[in-house]
Design a protein around this ligand. Structure first.
Ligand code: ZN
Length: 121
């Protein structure tokens, strides 16, 4: 029997928010006011909608996870990814270049973080 699509849990949303809040000062983004929720955002794991002038943002985490995406669904990396979008929103770079840059850096930071945590144990 094929595995079923599942809903994102409240615990995952809480982890997403906690991780964003942990990294906000690291990225120097403490002047932003952010709210968090789950949403239907297509095939993306996360999305950041923001008003740069007023420093207000809504961070979304996907509301459903399809079985094929389960292995790559990483709440912590998604949090870092969306924070990088916020961080780069003040720079004048194209959306495509920004996405490439964000993906590379988020992957690297999440990798380093996991490695660091594994080393602590
Ligand atoms: Zn992105």
């Amino acid at each position: 029997m094929p595995k079923k699509t599942r809903k994102t849990t409240q615990k995952e949303l809480a982890r997403y928010q906690a991780h964003c809040e942990e990294w906000l000062p690291v990225f120097g983004l403490t002047d932003w006011r952010i709210d968090y929720d789950t949403s239907d955002i297509g095939s993306n794991f996360g999305r950041a909608c923001f008003d740069r002038e007023n420093r207000i943002a809504s961070f979304f985490l996907t509301d459903t996870v399809i079985p094929e995406a389960e292995i790559s669904f990483d709440v912590e990396e998604t949090a870092i990814h969306e924070l990088l979008h916020l961080s780069f929103s003040d720079l004048n770079i194209s959306d495509r270049d920004c996405e490439t840059l964000v993906r590379r850096i988020a992957y690297a930071l999440a990798y380093a973080e996991k490695k660091g945590k594994a080393g602590e144990e």
